[in-house]
Design a protein around this ligand. Structure first.
Ligand SMILES: C[S@@+](CC[C@H](N)C(=O)[O-])C[C@H]1O[C@@H](n2cnc3c(N)ncnc32)[C@H](O)[C@@H]1O
Length: 296
């Protein structure tokens, strides 16, 4: 199987659609400023949160959307994919020097595509945003020290919607080998805690304290678990690919781990991939969403 990160982000869309905490989303709708709205999304991948906000009719009639990611592959994919998505969903897309302009009737979104490390972007002091989004990103960053710079991107009275923060539980069903299953799960979580670039396998629960320390009031919080299961004998949309990719993350993180027998691990991966092919595997990852105000 070919593993492509942009394809994984595409396949993740329907899983995230179900997972996003709808009470937190409702709070976002209630608190969101009217037009013109300025949004900055950090670690935005290929732009699937932008298209979700358009599909779910969350953006006001006029918006500027800064879509930033460090991976050149993601930003290149966004340049191609966003106009395609627009064409298939009733939007007109025009290339602009900074990115893409999307228009549908009276609704207009000026999208700026930026390939950069967010820690290089923040000191450039961009115009502050009404809404900051970090979706499936905060659990990859050094915490708590990343929060003050991130939140400095907000205008006074602005909002940060911080979603899909992993929180320490991975479940794969049915069980294969109880002892090996749980060893692999703990080593996988440990590998998140030991990434040189930062990361926390319990970022969801820890954000309550980190946000308090950063003086960012929590307006809403709730679970946003990924729950992937076969329906009528098959996985919806591209969720089988999503599951294979999750196993690929396990493989990348744990191959040659000194506490794992390489043959047993390779066999475990093979058996788990086979469970996906037979539409048997159920995958649950516990995560948390937050809506917070700008630091007071
Ligand atoms: C799990 S992916 C999520 C992507 C997107 N938010 C989505 O859910 O489709 C995490 C993203 O954060 C980006 N990222 C991680 N650290 C970053 C940094 N320091 N600066 C900019 N982007 C970063 C990665 O390149 C990756 O695309």
């Amino acid at each position: 199987m070919e593993y492509s990160f942009p394809q994984y982000l595409l396949a993740k869309q329907s899983v995230d659609d179900r997972a996003l905490n709808k009470d937190v989303l409702q709070a976002l709708r209630l608190h969101l400023s009217p037009s013109p709205l300025r949004v900055i999304e950090l670690g935005a991948g290929i732009g699937t949160m932008l298209t979700r906000l358009l599909r779910w009719d969350i953006l006001p009639p006029t918006a500027t959307y800064i879509l930033l990611d460090q991976m050149p592959e993601n930003i290149a994919h966004a340049h191609q994919w966003l106009p395609l998505w627009a064409g298939q969903n009733g939007w007109q897309a025009q290339p602009t020097p900074q990115g893409i302009h999307l228009q549908r009737g009276e609704q207009s979104v000026q999208v700026e595509l930026i390939q950069a490390d967010l820690f290089d972007y923040i000191p450039q002091k961009p115009q502050p945003a009404h809404l900051l989004i970090a979706h499936a990103v905060l659990d990859l960053l050094p915490m708590p020290q990343s929060l003050p710079p991130l939140l400095s991107l907000l205008q006074p009275g602005g909002l940060a919607w911080l979603t899909i923060n992993f929180d320490g539980v991975t479940t794969l069903e049915p069980t294969l080998h109880p002892e090996l299953d749980s060893r692999i799960e703990s080593l996988y979580h440990l590998s998140m805690d030991k990434r040189p670039s930062g990361g926390d396998s319990q970022s969801g629960r820890h954000l309550f304290g980190h946000l308090k320390q950063a003086k960012a009031p929590i307006l809403a919080a709730g679970a946003s678990d990924w729950v992937v299961y076969p329906y009528n004998g098959e996985y919806p949309a591209q969720e089988a690919y999503f599951l294979h990719f999750i196993l690929h993350f396990f493989e990348e993180s744990l191959t040659r781990h000194p506490s794992l027998d390489p043959h047993a691990f390779a066999h475990w991966l093979q058996e788990r991939h086979a469970q996906i092919d037979r539409a048997e595997l159920v995958y649950i990852a516990h995560q948390m969403d937050f809506l917070v105000g700008a630091p007071t």
